[in-house]
Design a protein. Structure first.
Length: 388
């Protein structure tokens, strides 16, 4: 039809039509974008995503497309403290973080243990990733109960905690672990070359695609400490901790940040601790924050007081109190978009469309954030300036 109507045009009208066609062609070539043209030739990723696991739908967020190589990387590592007997749970955790994040980003791993990792542990972990994996042994004096602890006193407090059915109350190795995570992991020779770390434990779950680089996010936004779950601590494990924190703060007022988060961790202006802490089995943080004079002095002060052994001070309240006091509030960050589970508690993304964007496997209605034991609503009110 169209052709027929062209041929039936008068001789005079044909050059005019040719001119119009050329002008249109010139206009469209001027806007020609070779990328969008190529995109027309390849099938949309959705069409073959069911056949090929590695192909991602172009699931964009404000951090950029997931299927392009990362534009920049941070000087960062995963760090995992584990025993040889934790192998199965560690395999599960690494498989999930690889699938949900690290197969695109290739951040290295540092595994630490108070005993040498056996060959089976090393080989079963190493096949899970293309990234660099290093296995380290913890120096004896970074792990064992120091000689200035009176073992008789420590033992009677352990017995008191066992009688009171306090979780891990009778365990010395658990106390070694808490002290190591409080004061030593960032000093291990394998960690020295890094600035940022992401702590992972055996048997945790990553429920959502992590379509951005949390390390780069931390760096770009000048953060020092990132968390996903915040909750109340068992008071019986830290009975004298706050008194010691107050003593330290009085001795070293210069270490307290001007815009700190005291209001988040204390309901009465610092008189008492309200037990809120960041659950440290997940941490994305700045190693230099722990290496700096404020935290070094704080850890040494607490270590000398002996509460890691006489009581059962956890690395979670120790890290959290330090982050709340020695950093400004803008340097602490809640990662809503990282769906994370350390049994029995899960943080499942709820803000905006984070849950759908992350293709999360968790149920947003079973979210620890909404449980009475969570401190997240207090954190949000604190950050929004609506805490009375
Ligand atoms: P919970 O999360 O407080 O219940 O404690 P976990 O048992 O999960 O221990 C915390 C972390 O320390 C995990 O990464 C464990 O693998 C690790 N861990 C605990 N005790 C020991 C230990 O005696 N030796 C080593 N190498 N790792 C330990
Ligand atoms: Mn654990």
């Amino acid at each position: 039809m169209a052709l027929k109507s062209v041929t039936s045009l008068s001789r005079g009208a044909r050059p005019a039509l040719l001119l119009v066609t050329l002008a249109l062609l010139w206009l469209s070539l001027r806007n020609f974008d070779p990328e969008s043209f190529r995109a027309l030739l390849v099938p949309h990723p959705k069409l073959y995503s069911t056949q090929c696991e590695n192909v991602q739908a172009p699931n964009q967020n404000h951090f950029g497309p997931v299927d392009t190589a990362p534009a920049r990387r941070a000087n960062a590592t995963f760090v995992i403290l584990a025993r040889n007997s934790d192998l199965a749970g560690t395999v599960n955790s690494i498989k999930e973080i690889e699938d949900r994040f690290n197969r695109r980003y290739q951040y290295p791993y540092v595994f630490l243990n108070d005993e040498p990792f056996d060959e089976k542990f090393k080989s079963r972990i190493s096949i899970l990733t293309d990234a660099k994996v290093e296995f380290g042994v913890i120096p004896r004096d970074h792990w064992n109960q120091p000689e200035w602890i009176d073992e008789g006193v420590a033992k009677s407090w352990r017995e008191w905690m066992v009688a009171g059915d306090i979780i891990y109350g009778g365990s010395v190795s658990y106390r070694n672990m808490c002290r190591f995570n409080s004061g030593f992991f960032f000093r291990h020779p394998l960690m020295e070359k890094y600035r940022w770390y992401w702590r992972i434990e055996p048997d945790v779950h990553f429920h959502c695609d992590i379509n951005f680089d949390p390390f780069v996010f931390m760096e770009e936004h000048k953060k020092v400490y990132g968390f996903t779950i915040t909750m109340f601590e068992y008071e019986a494990t830290i009975m004298s901790l706050w008194d010691n924190v107050r003593e330290f703060a009085n001795m070293y007022p210069e270490y307290i940040a001007p815009d700190n988060s005291l209001e988040f961790i204390s309901d009465d202006g610092g008189e008492t601790y309200n037990l809120c802490h960041f659950w440290s089995n997940f941490e994305i943080a700045d190693l230099d924050f722990w290496r700096a004079p404020a935290y070094q002095a704080f850890f040494e002060f607490l270590d000398y007081k002996g509460g890691f052994y006489y009581e059962r001070w956890g690395d979670a309240p120790v890290h959290s109190i330090a982050a709340a006091l020695f950093a400004n509030r803008s340097q602490l960050h809640f990662f809503d978009e990282i769906g994370y589970e350390h049994p029995p508690y899960t943080h499942c993304p709820k803000r905006g469309n984070n849950w759908a964007k992350g293709r999360c496997t968790c149920d947003p209605e079973e979210n620890f954030d909404d449980f009475p034991g969570s401190c997240l609503s207090r954190w949000e009110r604190f950050i929004n300036g609506t805490l009375s």
